[in-house]
Design a protein around this ligand. Structure first.
Ligand code: 2AL
Length: 166
């Protein structure tokens, strides 16, 4: 965590390195860093959010590189791996039936939509996620692209909340 006033005064490259793990979209991090200084955390977040509105399917595909499958908590203590593991903390790894159902659901989703199933995992149990996965399998391509992008925006802003404090 770094305070907003410190973030405001970091060299551009350092500011980018700090916010890059929020989402694997260099253009977003660059624009957010360019927008400094921010007068308040509210202003930072409203800019960060506005910048996510420009994302489309290409951004989604690119950003998925930083989001391992649900149920596959990545090893590693750095950047996205550590964040993803924390976000998936409520997915019960000891539940073999749940783990199998998530694996099957992920495989069906990837066969259907051609990319990894993405959901904001923080605050959701494994069962909640499985239910959402099954529901989203019923979406049209366009509905699902919108749903996945919305989740990507939520994950990104939640990660940013963990990076920059008042
Ligand atoms: C993730 C992840 O890494 N963090 C999160 O909230 N969701 N992954 C995913 N496939 O949905």
């Amino acid at each position: 965590m770094i305070a907003l006033h410190e973030f405001n005064h970091l060299p551009h490259e350092k500011a980018i390195a700090l916010i890059h793990p929020c989402v694997a979209l260099p253009g977003w991090a660059d624009a957010l860093a360019q927008g400094r200084p921010y007068a308040s955390r509210e202003e930072l977040f409203s800019t960060a959010k506005a910048l996510t509105q420009a994302w489309g399917e290409a951004a989604l595909t690119q950003a998925l590189s930083a989001h391992p499958r649900i149920g596959e908590k990545p090893a590693g203590s750095q950047g996205e791996a550590a964040l993803s593991r924390q976000e998936q903390a409520a997915v019960n790894e000891g539940d073999a039936d749940l783990a199998r159902a998530l694996r099957e659901g992920n495989a069906r989703y990837e066969a259907r939509f051609g990319r990894v199933f993405l959901i904001r995992a923080k605050g959701r149990s494994g069962e909640d996620i499985l239910q959402a996965l099954h529901a989203r399998l019923e979406n049209s391509d366009a509905q699902e692209a919108r749903a996945a992008l919305e989740q990507l925006r939520e994950i990104t802003l939640l990660r940013l909340e963990g990076v920059i404090s008042e």
